[in-house]
Design a protein around this ligand. Structure first.
Ligand code: KIV
Length: 268
């Protein structure tokens, strides 16, 4: 299936009773394993900056880094839709947004995601017009974490909720096939979901409030123990297993040094 067909199939899941499943992936093995498990979409998110590259937030991620990891995920040739995040500063105007979205597509992305509502509508429209499906992202916008002074819950007041709806409708009008809602309080996320004609994909929005969910892979796998968001629901606890495997290896290798008096097995 082509990228636009996969995105259209996800859009068609609205009101189907079949929630959309999305996981982040940043490399070939994770993409292959998640795809073999049957995930609907793989998001090469700019959370890459935090959970893979060791930066404090996503504001350090470059388009070159995104391209590198999109290409790794795409090499898995997943059946799932591969979505690449446009990193901070890469969509300042419609022409630049289209040029950079095309670079992610050249690396193997089948759709792109960008953050923001009303102020991004013209960029979304231009990218969609170029034939590239776009996923929106509203609520807490990690690329704005420094301006906002932290990760805050959104949609807590009627004004905030109305702004979110206005932004979401602008994105829908511009052609998004789905919208990620991040850290929107459950009541508002459920209300937005009921108002929008495209699937909402929630993270940190409570359970059963959106048409689907996205999780950061390391939160799901328990492989990044130094920061676990309060809403994360790990299904594995890999960090101790990784440490234990490394310890077992260190013990095995250090247990016995080679003998300094080993004879030459093939004397001349
Ligand atoms: O970058 C990312 O992983 C994301 C998810 C949190 C939705 O945008």
């Amino acid at each position: 299936m082509s990228g636009p067909d996969k995105a259209a199939a996800i859009a068609a899941r609205k009101n189907s009773g079949a929630p959309v499943t999305m996981l982040t992936a940043y490399d070939y093995p994770a993409a292959r394993l998640f795809d073999e498990a049957g995930i609907d979409a793989l998001l090469v998110g700019d959370s890459l900056g935090m959970v893979v590259l060791g930066y404090p937030d996503t504001t350090h991620v470059t388009l070159e880094q995104m391209i590198h990891h999109v290409a790794a995920v795409a090499r898995a040739k997943p059946r799932a839709l591969v979505i690449g995040d446009l990193s901070i500063g890469t969509y300042p105007d419609p022409a630049t947004a289209v040029a950079n979205a095309r670079k992610l597509v050249a690396a193997g992305a089948e759709a792109v995601k960008l953050e923001g509502g009303l102020r991004q509508a013209d960029k979304v429209r231009a990218i969609v017009h170029a034939g590239i499906p776009v996923c929106g992202h509203l609520g807490m916008l990690p690329q704005r974490v420094l301006e906002e002074g932290g990760y805050k819950k959104k949609g807590k007041t009627p004004e905030q909720s109305a702004d979110l709806l206005e932004g979401a409708l602008a994105l829908v009008d511009a052609g998004v096939f789905a919208i990620v809602l991040e850290s929107v309080i459950p009541a508002t996320a459920a209300w937005l979901t009921s108002q929008l004609p495209v699937p909402t994909i929630g993270i940190g929005c409570g359970e059963h409030t959106c048409d689907g969910e996205v999780a950061v892979a390391t939160d799901l796998l328990g492989s990044y123990p130094w920061f676990v968001p309060p809403f994360a629901k790990p299904e594995a606890n890999l960090a101790p297993q990784i440490r234990d495997a490394a310890k077992a290896y260190i013990q095995r290798v250090s247990a016995k040094a080679p003998s300094p008096q080993t004879p030459n097995p093939a004397p001349e």
